[in-house]
Design a binder for this molecule. Structure first.
Ligand SMILES: Cc1cc2nc3c(=O)[nH]c(=O)nc-3n(C[C@H](O)[C@H](O)[C@H](O)COP(=O)(O)OP(=O)(O)OC[C@H]3O[C@@H](n4cnc5c(N)ncnc54)[C@H](O)[C@@H]3O)c2cc1C
Length: 462
């Protein structure tokens, strides 16, 4: 048997969760090993998810701006995908190098190999055996593809294949209207594809605020993107002519140049040897954890997409890892703070706190302060900012933004929710002009006018 290498913490996976777990442990003075099965670090985030999608989205935005500024080009214009992808590939390489440098600076040399649990403290990886007082599983997720969907990487794609396709498809069917499905649907619509999104659910983005989703749909529909809800997909098959047919349960079908399967992911637990450590995954391949991300085995934490708590985002994965490791290593740490949920479509939808639907469900009385970005002097930006506030105290309970830069604008609203600020506080603040954040002033003044006893409140703030 090979020698057992001893560490304080052994981390499995080098995505945002694994990286944050390893760096947190080093920051707390621990000796750390990090195992990654791929030859490159960075996980889904850098290699197939956040980074490539963000870079493609930026390219798509520029393409839209060019198209919209050219009066003659009102008809859809398809773009040279290979040319658009060149800077994306450079960006991925740069991000990988950045992570490698960051790990090296922390004294971590990734162990490349498939990790498998030997027991609740021991992990085998290729020829090496690593033992840790603490083991952190951060293996992420894999696409969940049913039998009837013949993914080939050419015309029937997963998000993982998007960087490999040569042309923007003339028509694209996206199966799955979740964060990834809508993100890529909006990118390809911006690049000139006619896109149909199909989802068996009857509500689009059920976790998001309905009024914000309505605004998002309104903007997406004006860009050749159509959403069919309540449609179960039975099969997706390639045809001899290279096109694709998506068969729906009601007997109808959709022909398109390509299809993207984005209807769900499952925890990456295959081959991880969970049983050897006394663990089991649920039907979605996810490992149950408590609020500190501790599994049924006291020496093992599980964080990130592997745990499957909504939202499955890089930011959430890293935040979970930091909190979990700090707590397990005895640092004084609060639980996970408020996590903004961001749909990185074009436009973006960002949410923090409670939605109108959730407030109604809880029987809370609230007002909705609204601001439209068109009303500001912020350079032709279209969209909506909503502030949901307690109808008596004015405490901000939720913020929802639909705009090209909603992922930037949301943070002030998220702070307001997390720190129990009121619409009086937001109305009294001074905002740079012109700026998108001025929408907080407009929305809070709108909310103030609706509060119970509103005249006094409005006068005090204005
Ligand atoms: C198309 C797309 C777009 C996205 N866009 C965004 C976005 O804009 N913003 C955002 O915040 N999030 C986005 N996400 C989500 C984000 O990428 C994930 O939430 C995030 O990567 C999860 O991090 P993680 O560390 O849990 O897992 P991952 O990033 O999946 O990393 C897991 C790592 O573990 C390794 N691994 C797995 N099993 C083993 C094993 N047995 N042994 C050794 N190593 C193993 C894997 O190779 C991988 O490197 C997007 C996702 C997709 C698919």
């Amino acid at each position: 048997m090979n020698t057992i290498e001893r560490y304080d913490v052994v981390v499995v996976g080098s995505g945002p969760a694994g990286r944050a777990a390893a760096l947190q442990a080093v920051a707390l003075g621990r000796h750390v090993a990090l195992v990654e099965r791929r030859t490159v670090v960075g996980g889904l985030c850098i290699n197939q998810g956040t980074v490539p999608a963000a870079a493609l989205r930026a390219a798509a935005r520029e393409a839209v701006a060019r198209r919209e500024s050219a009066e003659a080009l009102r008809r859809p214009q398809r773009h040279d995908l290979r040319a658009l992808l060149r800077p994306v590939l450079r960006m991925i390489a740069a991000e990988r190098e950045r992570v490698e440098r960051e790990l090296a600076a922390a004294g971590i040399a990734p162990v490349h190999g498939e990790a498998c649990l030997v027991d609740a403290h021991t992990v085998s990886a290729g020829q090496r055996t690593l033992r840790g007082d603490l083991v952190v599983l951060a293996t992420g997720s894999v696409a969940a593809v049913p039998d009837g969907v013949a993914v080939d990487g050419h015309s029937i794609l997963l998000a993982d294949h998007v960087l490999d396709i040569a042309d923007v498809p003339i028509t694209l069917t996206v199966v799955g209207a979740g964060l990834v499905g809508i993100e890529y649907a909006s990118i390809f619509a911006a690049l000139g594809s006619h896109v149909t999104v199909v989802d068996e659910r009857t509500t689009l983005l059920p976790f998001a605020d309905g009024e914000a989703v309505h605004e998002l749909l309104r903007q997406l529909s004006s860009r050749d993107l159509h959403v069919r809800l309540g449609s179960h997909v039975d099969a997706v098959v390639a045809r001899h002519d290279g096109t694709v047919t998506t068969h729906l349960a009601d007997g109808s079908w959709i022909h398109s140049s390509a299809a993207l399967w984005a209807a769900g992911r499952r925890g990456a637990v295959s081959g991880l040897g969970l049983r050897a450590a006394g663990l089991d995954a649920d039907a979605r391949g996810q490992i149950p954890v408590d609020r500190w991300f501790c599994t049924a085995a006291p020496s093992i934490l599980a964080v990130g997409d592997l745990v499957g708590e909504l939202p499955s985002l890089s930011s959430t994965a890293a935040a979970q890892a930091r909190v979990a490791v700090a707590h397990a290593l005895g640092a004084d740490v609060d639980g996970l703070g408020l996590v903004p949920i961001v749909l990185h479509a074009t436009p973006e939808l960002a949410s923090a706190g409670l939605t109108q639907e959730e407030l109604r469900r809880r029987g809370r009385r609230f007002v909705v302060g609204r601001a439209r970005f068109e009303a500001l002097r912020a350079g032709g930006v279209e969209g909506l900012l909503e502030l949901l506030a307690d109808d008596e105290s004015g405490e901000v309970l939720g913020t929802h933004v639909v705009a090209p830069a909603a992922s930037e604008v949301i943070h002030l609203g998220a702070m307001a929710v997390e720190h129990h600020l009121t619409v009086h506080n937001l109305a009294a603040a001074v905002y740079a002009r012109p700026s998108l954040h001025e929408a907080y002033a407009d929305a809070s003044l709108d909310a103030l006018q609706q509060l119970r006893g509103s005249r006094a409140a409005y006068a005090a703030a204005s």
